[in-house]
Design a protein around this ligand. Sequence first.
Ligand SMILES: [Ca+2]
Length: 81
Amino acid sequence: MYFSDSNKQNTSYWIGGNDIEAERHFVWVGTGSDLAYNRWYPGQPDAASYKQDCIEMYGRDNFEWHDVGCEAKNYFIYETK
Ligand SMILES: [Ca+2]
C-alpha cells in the first residue's frame, strides 16, 4: 500500500481480530482461530486507559497493530474466497 504522509497518518484499518471472548486472547472473527502471525506495535496490545478489544493497523505507526476500542471509525480489510 502507498499513502502520502498526510493520508497515512489519518488512516487505520480494522483487520478482523479481537479479544472480545477472552481478554488478551486475540482471535480472527471469521474463524475463531488464534493469530498465527502478528505485527503488534512495540508495547501493544496494552488495553490502555479503556477497553480495547479490537485490532487495527494503525497508520501513524507504519500500520503495525494496536488493540483499540471497537467503536473507533476505521476503514477495514477483509478476505474473500
Ligand atoms: Ca492499545
